[in-house]
Write a protein that binds this ligand. Structure first.
Ligand code: ATP
Length: 340
């Protein structure tokens, strides 16, 4: 299914939960809504589902306006974080639910449910009740149930939030594979950056009801277009005035900027790739990150985060060091651009 959303807004009382949001999703795309808590992700998803009425704007599925259609007539399936399985129905009956509602023939239901049980790796568990399943298994039943009527769109609201970290990782790659195999248009909500980046073809960053940026994870990471996105994606330090940094004097005075640790070298002057372009700083903190040292360093009035190879000796808090900044993401009041 192809999705088109135009100038979609939602107000709760005087509160703007979704603010003039427009985007499109191509058939078969896997989209992640990512953003801070309360940003409006769930509200937008619920409007797509037909569970929340937009205050204004248009929602089109395959070119047809669906604003006035109830959820059951929108040809979509959804999965929420709290499983919401029918507690007194076994796995088979839970998955068959939507097909029974559609009054499909018994043989057809049998075949479809078995197909989904195989697809979701639930073979052998058909007779179990929800409380006899693990969290990950329950969530796969919820997926199978949503997929059973072959919807054109799958909406997932924090589908893995209630599941422990290890199973969650497995489910992510399972979801990606399954969705790719089925070719079904899918939108999922998460506030977990890693999850969005790992699973989605494209991410939409949503904050304060607004769509900040939409794009492939790598493009959003490399070219954040607003200060919010630059600060939200990846590790970063915020700089109120990048003009004051050595090598970036060409930026206008007062330019807000974000600096990512992977673009900062820190160490003794002689260790740096261009010692002459470096500036002095003082180490404030040092953390072991597993794959590198994370160094907090004070440079003039600013505090930066830098990574340092584990092969180099650690730097002690209080030590004088040099830093070399390769890139800043500077905001000129319209958009953020990378400055080298
Ligand atoms: P989270 O990641 O915490 O789920 P979210 O990005 O999905 O957050 P929403 O659940 O869409 O955010 O909420 C957006 C804002 O709208 C919040 O400030 C929330 O309190 C408000 N809101 C949501 N539903 C209602 C409602 N029915 N009545 C009033 N305010 C609401």
């Amino acid at each position: 299914m192809q999705i088109e959303v135009r100038q979609l807004s939602k107000q709760f009382g005087g509160f703007q939960a979704a603010d003039n949001v427009s985007f499109s999703v191509q058939q078969g795309q896997l989209i992640g809504f990512l953003g801070p808590s309360g940003g409006g992700k769930t509200t937008i998803l619920r409007m797509l589902a037909g569970l929340e009425e937009p205050t204004s704007g248009h929602i089109l599925f395959d070119g047809q306006r669906v604003n006035n259609l109830p959820p059951q007539e929108r040809n979509l399936g959804f999965v929420f974080q709290n499983y919401a399985l029918f507690r007194h129905m076994n796995v088979f009956d839970n998955i068959a639910f939507g097909l029974n509602v559609q009054k499909k023939k018994k043989a057809e239901i049998q075949a479809r449910v078995h197909e989904l049980i195989a697809l979701t790796g639930l073979t052998g568990l058909e007779k179990r009740l929800p409380h006899q399943l693990s969290g990950g298994q329950r969530q796969r039943v919820a997926f199978a149930r949503a997929l059973a009527p072959s919807p054109g769109l799958l909406l997932l609201d924090e589908p893995f939030a209630a599941i422990d970290a290890k199973v969650r990782k497995e489910l992510r790659s399972w979801l990606r594979e399954t969705i790719n195999k089925l070719g079904i248009t899918t939108i999922f909500v998460t506030h977990d950056q890693e999850e969005a980046v790992e699973v989605a073809d494209e991410i939409m960053i949503i904050s304060q009801g607004r769509l900040e940026q939409k794009g492939a994870p790598i493009d959003i990471y490399k070219n954040p277009q607003t200060p919010f996105v630059a600060g939200f994606i990846g590790e970063s330090s915020e700089i109120p005035d990048a003009h004051q940094l050595r090598g970036f004097e060409q930026l206008a005075s007062g330019s807000k900027a974000v600096i990512r640790p992977e673009f900062v070298e820190v160490g003794n002057k002689s260790e740096l790739s261009h010692p002459s372009a470096s500036q002095e700083g003082v180490v404030r903190n040092l953390f072991f990150r597993g794959t590198s040292w994370q160094v907090e360093v004070e440079v003039g009035a600013f505090k930066l985060i830098a990574y340092r190879s584990l092969e180099k000796p650690p730097l002690n808090p209080g030590a004088s060091v040099h830093v070399l900044i390769h890139r800043v993401y500077a905001f000129d009041g319209i958009r953020t651009t990378a400055v080298e």
